[in-house]
Design a protein. Structure first.
Lengths: 296, 296
């Protein structure tokens, strides 16, 4: 199939790469790969990209590619310096030209955002935020982007005012797979809403670290089911992330599926009105904005 | 060498085994092995013990062996049921006879302690506590036993009133070796007391989980040295463990070396007077007490 895109949008995070063959602002084809930025040496980036988007390139023609995410990190393809908040989530004039070998490619990478105090960084989420604000330019409040490293961002006037990163997802993975708690957390079963709610209350009350080993002890002494233990751990870590959280306006959880539902449930338990917005297409929309030179 | 002990004391934790050939209450030889209880299937325990203490056994004679620690866990040699606090740390009449094949062995295992609410368990530390109280029977206050799973125990009248387990050591290991923070924490260098103190204040103020990712961000943005990042992480986790800590009397940290010094420094920063007591011989002393049928 000859796709012949005008340009190509690439959302390249630590673990995955998603690419979109674009005509104007609309995707005409999509490709995905598990060759995330964290697993690649510098010289491996271009071959990995070509494996994903090679079929869309044409001899004798340069196709512009615009990428966001960890591909621009210090150990990525080339470091794209951070832009410092408060600022718009994306600025068309500040992309970085990456060195390439293949004459069919011209690759530019978006900078991430940094914050001086408390020190913090993001790469990729700023493009999702740009995509979100394209659809809701007057948004004022907080966006939560759950994941391995959950981000909370305060937004007003089309700008990211401040943000914070929480290791919620990575802590859950480490504790449930690699710590002594794995003995009490592994097993079949879905979610336990009551255990999750109990966990949210423990975590939001500052008791997450104190409450960890009880998951093991209750498993040994009382036969706490793995499903309840997992749900309570999830609730404790999300509750800890939301301790003292005040969106200062509207609150939107960027995401879909179980993780977004868990954050919405936790926010509801804490009396904070919130809604979810599926984030799957937001990075592509953000990249399209930058490609059009619009920014925000 | 013919050691010919009256009996053998064994401190058998998750990761290590230490054995002492005893005459009365005094050791005449010592053996150690890395065959901890967590790496052994049930049928492997007796061969592992014989590898350590075999040279001390004599044909035609049964040598009594008394063991404490994870060897008595559900997945250990045989489960030694928990005794429920408040209670004395060790009770001579409540050891469990373990099944053995070798006619030269008679093995008894000490029970651990459990607490109903908040649910908690310990195995091995109760014997150290018994050893400590043998030297200070009137102790009233709190003992802290730092480690992979740090224990805090309230003591009065020769009894363990209550205790709590903290995953401080395991969290430090997981975060510094297996999380994204490893990039910012690995490197040469010793301790950074100022960074440790800053971490204690963050952790004791409830900010440990919030402060984790800043270690990465400050590494990227400000070149935070690995030594400072490691010391701050250690301080944050120990500070979190000590949030609201009140010994209700004297406070003793059971241990020696850097970890005991770190806890003493954190307690000092929080205005809590404390001293350290080298714990290396306490389990053996506790086992000797039980062997003599004295308990506490």
């Amino acid at each position: 199939m000859n796709v012949s895109p005008d340009w190509i949008a690439v959302d390249w995070g630590s673990s995955n790469l998603r690419a979109f063959a674009m005509r104007g602002g609309e995707p005409v084809a999509e490709a995905a790969s598990g060759e995330g930025a964290s697993g690649l040496a510098r010289e491996d980036f271009e071959p990995a990209l070509l494996r994903a988007i090679g079929p869309w390139l044409s001899e004798g023609r340069v196709t512009p590619v615009l990428a966001c995410g960890m591909v621009g990190a210090r150990h990525g393809w080339i470091e794209a310096p951070y832009r410092v908040v408060p600022c718009a989530p994306a600025a068309p004039g500040e992309t970085i030209l990456a060195p390439t070998q293949d004459p069919r490619l011209s690759l530019r990478i978006l900078p991430g955002l940094s914050q001086a105090s408390p020190a913090d960084v993001m790469r990729g989420e700023e493009t999702q935020i740009a995509g979100f604000l394209a659809g809701d330019p007057g948004f004022a409040g907080a966006l939560i982007l759950p994941g391995t490293h959950s981000k909370q961002a305060r937004i007003a006037g089309g700008r990211v005012l401040s943000f914070s990163t929480w290791m919620t997802g990575e802590l859950f993975a480490l504790l449930s797979q690699s710590s002594v708690l794995r003995h009490s957390l592994q097993g079949v079963g879905g979610e336990d809403p009551a255990a999750f709610a109990a966990g949210v209350r423990i975590g939001a009350g500052g008791g997450a670290l104190r409450g960890l080993f009880a998951l093991r002890a209750e498993g040994l002494l009382e036969g706490l089911p793995a499903q309840a233990a997992r749900s309570r751990l999830s609730g404790m870590l999300i509750g800890a992330e939301l301790t003292g959280f005040d969106p200062g306006g509207d609150c939107v959880v960027i995401g879909a599926g179980g993780l977004a539902r868990a954050y919405l449930a936790a926010l509801d338990l804490l009396g904070i009105p919130a809604r979810a917005c599926d984030g799957a297409e937001l990075a592509r929309r953000g990249l399209a904005l930058i490609h059009e030179g619009r920014g925000l």
